[in-house]
Write a protein that binds this ligand. Structure first.
Ligand code: 5GP
Length: 184
């Protein structure tokens, strides 16, 4: 597919599915190699990470591991609202466990920081984060994610689970907002 137009904005292909699959496999191999136990707990942050988490978790291929799904929101349309709500859906006992968060994208780092703080109050053995996309220039709080498929510039992305007001999550490739052409 070439360009996609949503809500009057045009997006162009940025990372193709083959390249995504390659980097997902690389990160899965790194995670499996680094795991201290055979039974880590993976926490997929809904909604955006659902597609990445499905592919990554399958590629990690650790039958004794567990995946669960939590939820949290900091974006409204294309603007960060700056408001971080509480974590919903974390019903597992994580004390003494190796926890790996699966995120779609780390932008300001606020969501990641908030989540790490929440998890650390529950005494896990460790907390790490795997993300599909990371915008290092936008990071304002916290530490960089431990596992990154792609480092990208601070531009708005959608597809492969990432949305614009709920749309475009099903696109198999990652798209970026087309830069506006300015008249000379
Ligand atoms: P942060 O808390 O790091 O600023 O933002 C994390 C969340 O903001 C992500 O989980 C994602 O939902 C949303 N987000 C940040 N950048 C983008 C982007 O470029 N595209 C989309 N669709 N969502 C984004």
């Amino acid at each position: 597919m070439e360009e996609v137009t949503l809500k009057g904005l045009t997006f162009v292909p940025y990372i193709k599915r083959d390249e995504i699959a390659k980097q997902v496999q690389r990160v899965a191999d790194e995670i499996r190699r680094d795991c201290q136990s055979e039974e880590p707990l993976f926490l997929c942050v809904l909604n955006g990470a659902f597609m990445f988490a499905a592919d990554l978790y399958r590629a990690i291929d650790m039958p004794k591991s567990v995946i669960t799904f939590i939820r949290f929101k900091s974006y409204d349309g294309m603007q960060s609202t700056g408001k971080i709500s509480t974590v919903m859906g974390l019903n597992e006992d994580i004390e003494g466990r190796e926890v790996i968060i699966i995120e779609d994208i780390v932008d300001t780092g606020l969501t990641a920081q908030r989540l790490r703080e929440e998890l650390l109050t529950r005494n896990p053995a460790s907390v790490k984060m795997a993300t599909l996309l990371y915008k290092p220039a936008s990071l304002t709080v916290g530490v960089p994610p431990e596992y990154v498929c792609f480092e990208i510039p601070s531009r708005f992305i959608l597809g492969y689970g990432l949305d614009l007001d709920g749309q475009a999550r099903g696109l198999a490739d990652v798209y970026v907002l087309k830069p506006e052409v300015t008249e000379e």
